[in-house]
Write a protein that binds this ligand. Sequence first.
Ligand SMILES: [Zn+2]
Length: 298
Amino acid sequence: MIKTNGSRTTDNGHYLLLAILLFLLLSPVDASPLSIPDITVTPSTFGQGEVSLVTLKQATGQPQMIWLGKRIPMIYNNSNELWAGFIGADLTTDPGRYKLQISYANNAEPDSMPITVRSKDHGIRRITVPREMVELDHDTLQRVLREISTVKQVFMRSSEDPLWWGRWTRPLPGTIVSPFGCKNIVNDMERSPHSGVDLKAAAGTPIKATNRGLVALVAEHFFSGGSIVIDHGGGIFSMYFHLSHISVRVGELVEKGDLIGLSGSSGRVTGPHLHFGIRLNGTRINPLTLIEISKTLE
Ligand SMILES: [Zn+2]
């Protein structure tokens, strides 16, 4: 009996060892997110159209994040001695759990952790504009299609190395007149959601670059009027629309806070304001959340 019991104990011990071994072999990489003490994601859960700051204490060589199929380079932030980068979810990213990976230049195994994207309701905006601004004639439609294609091409050619640094800043102090992400109902028809935030700005208010970058587009477009797109490198772009005056040229390097133009009411608008947008590795995110979470970078 004792022998049998002993033998059973040994068998159980074998099963236990086997179970542990199988667990270690078969468990998915992202099952142990809390075992990465040096990585902080703030916030670790965020909504559609929002953004999160990822910081890393130590790395040999420049680390890169892999998020939603894109490689995102991190930058070294001297003031708090951290590597930093942003991950965002588009307005149309399905809510759920996604894997954030961080890879290192020394080819060490990438770290991996799960990130939850929540569904977010950004509300509805109804505006009424003259009929000719929504019912486009053939030539205007062709023009708008060309302009959409031009902007798309700009977004495909980001400088690989980040040009931005530290915190992101407001292009002007104005209050919000129309929030980011809301469903757009224009003359009772649903259009694309609002891809930026509209900030109150009397015509002629100075507009400043939100961060360092290269001017990637200067244009007079049908919907966005006097428009500037700045490429901040590493897949981040900022947009400034409806300007009355533009004081930069394509290819120019602008520093954070540099004057780039004056606000106005050009394009399809109901009054003077600045439309300010950020595109982060192909996702449309709320620029004000980027400004808020980047405060710690200084
Ligand atoms: Zn807008």
